[in-house]
Each structure stands twice: as structure tokens, then as C-alpha cells.
Design a protein around this ligand. Sequence first.
Ligand code: TXA
Ligand code: MG
Length: 338
Amino acid sequence: MLASTTSAQRVVLRARYCVTEILGRTDRDILRAADMLRAGDLVAFGTETVYGLGADATNGLAVAAVFEAKGRPRFNPLICHYETTDAAFADVVASPLALRLADTFWPGPLTMVLPRRASSHVAMLAAAGLQTLAVRVPAHPVAQRLIAALGRPVAAPSANRSGRISPTSAAHVLAGLDGRIAAVIDSGACRVGVESTVVDLSGAQPVLLRPGGVSFESLQASVASLQRGREGQDQVLRSPGMLAVHYAPNAPVRIDVTNVRWNEALLAFGPPLPGSAVVFQLSETENLNEAGAKLFEGLHWLDAQAAALGLAGIAAMPVPEHGLGLAINDRLKRAAAA
Ligand code: TXA
Ligand code: MG
């Protein structure tokens, strides 16, 4: 009985698994990646924030495959990526504020949640059945060329298994999704390194749902009334992705550490605390942009070191709560909540 169940499961699994191709940045490879997307397959690609796991946003089956490949809960909606502001605002109703933010921050690491237009061809599953849609115009040339070649919006969450650390290299993507997706485009490193800032403009008050690559301060310069969004239930309901446990390495993480234990790997910001044999430096000069760009690389690397050396965990030094520090601390807090 048990044996027959197991073999039935194997058949299903085999059908879902595939050989993941590693593509380059040539026109030929980008066109091939676009063909794969058009056929309903999944392709991971670089953006200036993190690597995205792309699907043709208008193909419900392809979007469903994204949730499956990541092991992502179906209630957590995806961001749709566009080549231009005009294309994005064809799918959502843009307020005057949204137009201004697009002018200032697109292409770039800002995602806006806006009311979805009835005429939009984006699959309902992409927004997990919500009446809103999260839209973004990425700045990375590979992302732009891929979306242009497809000629449709690309739905893309970060290209990691659900709850795990976001990828900032093709190698990170493969570590989590090899055999579960058709291809990854090796797009080089990600300039920003943390995910886009998500603002909800669909209600009466603009709300910051996720701190990210556009700093709160620079957003506030454009949106004086911007609210930080309360931690907890309210935020979870508005942005279902903001669950406390997220970005989790396998090793336990301690944050705001001023005293590192001998058997911990250290995530340093500025002069490293003495006492750890394994150190990853986010920024020697305490530059928050540099630290953001290296954060996930550091967590991936320290996690591998901790496993290889049998260390007890990862200790992260304090990072100031301004500029990109907001996003960095948000991700570290979630890594530590695991
Ligand atoms: O930088 C990024 O944003 C990367 C790259 C690939 O663009 N993408 C990314 O996607 O981080 P993901 O799925 O890991 O995070 C998307 C976040 C989640 O917290 C999700 O809940 C929220 O955006 N979100 C998406 N659609 C939403 C909606 N309609 N309303 C509220 N929140 C939404
Ligand atoms: Mg993610």
C-alpha cells in the first residue's frame, strides 16, 4: 500500500521536475527565455533588487506554477513587472500621486499597489484574488529586455523557496530552485540587493507595506502623508507577504549583537566585533547602500559556513535605522524570527 503511494507520488514529481538551463545575456538567450515564458514555463532573471522568478502574468497556469515551484501560499500575491510606466498603468488605475511616484522612481526599486482595471489580462491568481495589483518597472537591463521580448507583463516573486533568503546571484537561484524551473538568466550581481519598496496607494492614505530599495526618507520627500504601516495583523492583512518568518537561513540568527559567541558566524557592519572566526563584512565604512547590496550574499554565505563548520548560528551587528537600514533591519528581524 505504502509502496504504491510512493511510486504514484514519484510519477507526479517527475512530471513537475525539469532540467534548469543556465542562459546568458545575449539577444539569442533573452529571446529563448521569452519563448519559454510564452510557452508557460518559468524563468528566473536578474533585477536591480533581487532575482525574480518570472512567469507570463496573463497565463493562469504559468502563475500557478510559480506558487508551486516556490512552495508559496496561494494567499500571497505577486508583483507584475512592466517595460514602461504606460504599460503598467494600463493594468491599474493610477492616481495623480502614483503618476508622480512613477516619474520620480521608475524604472527602479519601487512597487505600487493600485486598484486593478477590469480590462487587465493579468491572471486573477497573480494578485491572489485581490482587487488590487502590485506593479513595478524594473531598472535592470536584463529584466527590461526580457519583458520587452515577451511583450506582456511578467509576474515575478523573488526567486527563492518560500520563506528562504532572496537570491542576488544565479547561483543562489539554482541552490533553491534547480530542477523546478525551466531556466535562469545569469544577469550578474544585483545593484540594490534588497527587494523593492512596496507602497499601497489603493486606500485613502498611502501606506508603506515593505521597506526596500527606495528609502523611506526619499519616498517621504514625494509623499508627505506616507504612513509607516503598523507592524502585526494590520500589515499582514494588507500585504500578505509580510509574515514574520521570512528570509530564513537554516542557522539561527541573533540580531543587534554587541557580543559575539565563539561558535557563531558574524555578519559585521563596520569594525567587526572580536571573537568570531568567520566574518562577512557588509560595509567596512558603514555605507548602508553597500550593506544592502551585500546583505543576502552575506546571509547565504554565512549559512553555508555555519553548516560546513558546525557553528551554532549567525550573529548580526546593529545597523542604523535610516536610509536602506530600514529594509536591512526588516529582513534581519524576519531572518531572526525563524
Ligand atoms: O524587488 C522585488 O520586489 C522583487 C523583484 C523580483 O521585483 N520581488 C519580490 O516579490 O520581492 P515577492 O513576491 O518576494 O514580494 C512581493 C511583496 C509581498 O510582500 C506581497 O505580499 C506584496 O509584495 N504584494 C504583492 N501584491 C500585493 C497586493 N496586491 N497588495 C498588497 N501587497 C502585495
Ligand atoms: Mg520574496
